[in-house]
Design a protein around this ligand. Structure first.
Ligand code: SF4
Ligand code: SF4
Ligand code: SF4
Length: 365
């Protein structure tokens, strides 16, 4: 089912109204939505127990301080909520959630997965600078202020959801689309203004957005590829890296309780440092940052959803999210894997195909 909802309201108000209806009809017991931190100009996910707090929510705030997929993991990883919780996710958050379901870090039992179209986000500092009593919307920012990973994000709408809230192609209000049986069942209780039999305006808006982003992506990543070519390029790219691991901490698909790069494997005694220094004459410290990034690419490249949380968290503005986007999209395309595309896709690192890369000389044994 696809329909227009609250056509006289803007997307923010229409989405609040939709969630109010979900609460009012007892279809959900709680909801996880972006909300304004009390008295501040910052937006963080917040868990609401009733429609009374919906005025504090900003479902379309163009800023993403963290991936809500990680918060959904916190809520469901050890035991699911007893009653239905609705969670509103951007496409990259939904795709990260799909990967975390496959990695058994999220369970969708008692979760109503609602996604919304995303035109992009700005850095939290850029958002805060523009905010006053009224919080800024996407149109308050220039194209250049939108995060580069968003400008090349191939997913303006989410592949997996129970219900998607569409804004591309909407002419007032929002477009509600049921994408699962659960979503269909819920929408039967919602007062749509009209069912949408012709979705061509939406499809054409999504297509032109995707084309614009692909053009930017191709240009940007081609330049980046040249820049990081060879070990010298990579060393230069990460020259300012202080090995703080913030990029890993904020990555929604880096989920291990103990990271290999924090393990005893990387704890060395003084004599080892002396030995290395004697051998080389000079030892740059910290000494494992390139290995850390290569290891992380190896570990999560096939689950990377190109959200750019890593880049946003970097204290030295290293374009680590763009680099991971370059590596992960290339690797995923080569292997016909699309992180976050489907809950039923197998986990890449747990799957063995005998007939990969035959064009490179790999042979079945
Ligand atoms: S990466 Fe894509 S889905 Fe995520 S915030 Fe940017 S545009 Fe939106
Ligand atoms: S590596 Fe960076 S871009 Fe990829 S999923 Fe993790 S945080 Fe997002
Ligand atoms: S956040 Fe930046 S400085 Fe810290 S480890 Fe990652 S790339 Fe290096």
């Amino acid at each position: 089912m696809v329909g227009i909802y609250a056509k006289d309201l803007n997307p923010r108000e229409a989405t609040r109204e939709f969630f109010a209806e979900l609460f009012g009809a007892n279809l959900i017991a709680s909801a996880l939505l972006p909300a304004r931190k009390s008295g501040l100009n910052q937006i963080f996910p917040a868990l609401l127990s009733s429609k009374d707090s919906l005025d504090e929510t900003f479902p379309f705030a163009p800023v993403m301080p963290l991936s809500t997929a990680v918060q959904l993991s916190k809520i469901t990883r050890f035991a699911n909520p007893t009653n239905t919780v609705a969670v509103l996710l951007r496409p990259c958050e939904s795709r990260a959630a799909v990967e975390l379901v496959k990695l058994r870090q999220i369970s969708l039992d008692n979760v109503l997965l609602i996604t919304r179209d995303c035109p992009g986000t700005v850095e939290p500092e850029t958002f805060e600078e523009k905010a006053s009593d009224t919080l800024p919307g996407f149109s308050d920012f220039t194209e250049e202020q939108i995060r580069p990973v968003c400008r090349m994000c191939e997913h303006p709408t989410a592949p997996v959801a129970d219900i998607n809230i569409g804004t591309f192609g909407a002419d007032g209000g929002i477009i509600l689309e049921a994408k699962t049986d659960k979503g269909e069942e819920i929408l039967k209780h919602i007062a749509l203004d009209a069912e949408l039999s012709d979705t061509s305006a939406r499809e054409s808006a999504l297509k032109s957005e995707a084309e614009k982003r692909t053009a930017f992506m191709e240009k940007n990543l081609a330049e980046l590829k040249k820049e990081v070519a060879g070990i010298e390029g990579l060393v230069k790219f990460f020259a300012k890296c202080v090995d703080c691991h913030n990029c890993r901490t904020m990555c929604p698909v880096c989920y291990c309780n103990e990271c290999f790069f924090d393990s005893a494997t990387f704890h060395f005694e003084g004599p080892r440092y002396e030995e290395w220094t004697q051998r080389r004459g000079i030892l740059a410290m910290p000494r494992d940052e390139i290995l850390f990034h290569l290891g992380r690419m190896n570990h999560i490249g096939l689950s990377c959803v190109a959200c750019g949380m890593c880049e946003q968290a970097c204290p030295h503005d290293i374009r680590v999210g763009q680099l991971f986007t370059l590596i992960s999209t290339t690797a995923q395309k080569e292997l016909d894997i699309h992180a976050g595309r489907s809950l039923t896709d197998p986990l890449p690192l747990a799957t063995f195909r005998e007939d990969e890369f035959t064009e490179m000389g790999e042979e079945k044994v």
